[in-house]
Design a protein around this ligand. Structure first.
Ligand code: ARG
Length: 478
């Protein structure tokens, strides 16, 4: 197959070809350019350049006037990129060179000073760290919004009792609030993981140079302060080649996607004709081009579908990194696409999913139908016999026989006569019929974290405090 020709590219005009006799070939230029991806880093690149500029001034490399002029020009370039006035060009390879080219155009004598004491290796590291910090903060915010919606929905559904499942079989009655709170817990762990990925990225690596550090007196602490980094890297070789933060971020995103996917799967099932537990708002569903009656849960399916991509992106990063010797290698250019793709997928999924949760209608009648399947109270019946002094293993066996008897005679457990119960265990009494009650089943659970209303209310109170704290915590982020 012939390589695709890109008319835009003649060769790389990227400041770095002084030592070459020949021009870079068109195909190499096209193959190595990263502008399509790293153009999204423009703002971070300019912020990083301004911090570096301040350090250059402090080190006596840029005069006060040069610093002022370059900063002004960089801010102008930021605006030009935002408005589309400046056309970024692939022939300049990447975002760094595009910005610097424009800078030299605006300031032919001062502009070329900016790259003193800097390499694209530490430059891209800082840009990417700023990107990850920003994205982690935004996604943590979206997670917090979802947690808020879930806690609200749980608070309104404490007394809604549904069949709880294990092995996708009726297991025991649980409160719907308890079910929703389980997801709240998952998304709370995801929130923490994102914060920890943010912290992994929160290290200034500028000043690492290509790998060995730089020859000028660059005040790295000052740079960190300007850019809002909490730490300064301690080893320049690690500084330019560390991508742990990207992996940790992508892992956090994978976990969030996984949790979203499980939840979507459940909602898709709940939305089916057979279950009919929920009604999705029309605005989040689509029709079929052939079957006029269809109202499909496509949004939920797509969120579930995107999870594969997010997890694969994590694997891509692992595989890209696993054999790289120190320090920077060009392979690392491949790190941005998977991370950005995952961040976009998870952010967009969270944003729309939050709206779905907010507007979800529960069909309580359908939800309670399964509670009329008496076998869901079998565990409560075993507890009943335990309370009458029978060891659990024995009582489990008695109830097993009762369930088997009911099944063979085609009767419901609650419709067996006391005589029939007594024929299997004479410990059974009139009060055995009290167990067929969802509310008392749920509230008989005594442990912390169980489904009893009292426990759920306690948990919801904690969630309320936690959400408030996390909101405050997040708003303190730079
Ligand atoms: N585009 C590169 C990346 O994303 C930037 C660093 C390039 N460094 C170099 N030595 N060519 O990793």
């Amino acid at each position: 197959m012939k390589p695709k020709k890109n008319k835009e590219i003649i060769s790389h005009d990227n400041f770095v070809r002084g030592r070459f006799k020949e021009d870079i070939s068109e195909i190499t230029a096209d193959f190595t350019a990263s502008l399509d991806i790293d153009k999204r880093l423009a703002d971070f690149d300019i912020d990083g350049s301004i911090a570096h500029l301040c350090a250059l001034e402090k080190a006596g490399i840029a005069t006060k006037k040069e610093k002022k002029d370059i900063e002004k020009a960089l801010l102008k370039i930021k605006d030009e990129i935002k408005s589309g006035e400046l056309t970024l060009n692939k022939k300049y390879e990447d975002i760094h060179i595009n910005i610097e080219k424009r800078l030299t155009e605006l300031l032919p004598s001062a502009g070329p000073k900016l790259h003193t004491g800097r390499s694209r290796n530490d430059q891209i590291s800082v840009d990417f760290r700023l990107y990850v910090k920003n994205a982690a903060k935004n996604i943590a915010g979206a997670l917090l919004d979802l947690r808020t919606e879930l806690a609200a929905s749980a608070a309104g559904n404490i007394k809604t009792i549904i069949p709880g499942y294990t092995h996708f079989q009726h297991a025991q009655p649980v409160s719907l609030a308890h079910h929703l709170s389980a997801y709240y817990e998952m998304f709370t762990r995801d929130f923490k993981r994102l914060i920890s990925a943010y912290e992994a990225a929160d290290v200034l690596t500028l000043g690492s140079g290509a790998l060995a550090g730089v020859d000028f007196d660059i005040d790295r602490v000052m740079e960190a302060e300007i850019l809002g980094f909490g730490k300064v890297s301690r080893n320049s070789m690690d500084g330019v080649s560390d991508r742990d933060f990207a992996l940790e971020f992508n892992f956090a995103l994978s976990m969030t996607a996984l949790h979203l996917s499980r939840f979507c799967e459940e909602l898709i099932i709940w939305n089916s004709f057979e279950f009919g537990f929920i009604k999705l708002k029309d605005e989040f569903t689509t029709g079929s081009s052939i079957m006029p009656q269809k109202k499909n849960p496509d949004v939920l399916e797509l969120i579930r579908g995107k999870t594969g991509g997010v997890i694969s992106n994590l694997l891509s990063l692992f595989i890209m990194m696993k054999s790289l010797p120190l320090a920077y290698n060009r392979d690392m250019q491949e790190d941005k696409k998977p991370v950005m793709e995952s961040a976009d997928a998870v952010y967009n999924s969270l944003s729309i999913f939050k709206e779905i949760i907010k507007t979800l209608e529960f069909n309580k009648e359908n939800m309670s139908k399964g509670l009329k399947n008496d076998s869901i109270y079998a565990t409560d019946m075993a507890t009943y016999f335990v309370k009458k002094g029978i060891p659990f293993r024995k009582s489990h066996e008695i109830v097993g026989r009762i369930v088997g008897y009911a099944e063979n005679t085609g009767k419901k457990l609650s419709k067996l006569s006391l005589k029939e119960y007594k024929s299997i265990s004479d410990v059974a009494d009139e009060d055995i019929f009290n167990i067929f009650n969802p509310e008392s089943s749920v509230n008989s659970k005594k442990t912390t974290g169980g489904t009893a209303f009292k426990e759920i209310k306690k948990a919801l109170k904690e969630y309320e405090k936690e959400i408030k704290n996390d909101k405050q915590f997040l708003s303190s982020f730079k």
